[in-house]
Design a protein around this ligand. Structure first.
Ligand code: ADP
Length: 183
């Protein structure tokens, strides 16, 4: 990009697991900034299937071919994380109308926390838009094929984890809302 201060973007998410939809947003977003920092959120309230370390490892492995991408774990207010990283924009992906309400509210509140950091929304390739981590886990739990939604390495990791957890463990992973316990 241009001279002067490098433009830094933060793309936050849970990435449990990283999907082809996320990767498409990362590829598109990486072209808009000098440096794209993928912020992997702890998000214990979502009872992730993979630990924070595992998710960071997955995102690093899957984005290793993109020159200007860094992966950082965070357990803080998103706006504080973005400020700490020196970011001038927060990148989010928009899928359907269903995402809109939540994203709209979050962007609005973040704007009030720090109006100098813009939230920028990108759309993934049309074919990748329906992909959601939650559904990937649900499909894997019932033995369905997830290979169209994630990379081969992630598909193998998800299958192994679901098999190891058995039904009760994987159920906790797809019904996180009311439990809040363990992973
Ligand atoms: P979070 O817990 O913050 O929603 P996710 O890992 O589910 O984290 O998603 C991170 C971001 O990626 C969100 O902005 C989400 O809307 C976006 N995203 C996820 N899947 C897709 C997809 N298939 N197409 C476009 N954006 C997506």
């Amino acid at each position: 990009m241009g001279r002067g201060t490098p433009r830094i973007g933060v793309y936050p998410g849970t990435f449990d697991p990283i999907t082809l939809g996320h990767l498409d947003i990362i590829r598109r977003g990486s072209k808009l900034v000098d440096r794209l920092i993928i912020g992997v959120a702890t998000n214990p309230s979502k009872s992730p299937l993979f630990t924070l370390e595992e998710r960071v490892g997955h995102v690093r492995r899957e984005t290793a071919g993109i020159r200007n991408v860094d992966v950082v774990a965070f357990d803080a207010l998103l706006m504080h994380f973005a400020e700490e990283m020196g970011a001038s924009l927060i990148l989010r992906g928009l899928r359907a109308v269903a995402d809109f309400e939540y994203e709209f509210q979050m962007a609005g509140m973040n704007q009030q926390l720090n109006s100098a950091i813009e939230t920028v929304f990108l759309m993934a390739d049309v074919a990748l838009q329906p992909i959601a981590s939650r559904l990937v886990k649900e499909i894997a739990q019932y033995g369905g094929a997830i290979d169209r939604f994630v990379t081969p390495a992630i598909a193998a990791d998800v299958r192994a984890r679901v098999a190891r957890n058995g039904i009760s463990g994987s159920r906790a992973a797809v019904q996180p809302a009311e439990s809040g316990r363990g992973r």
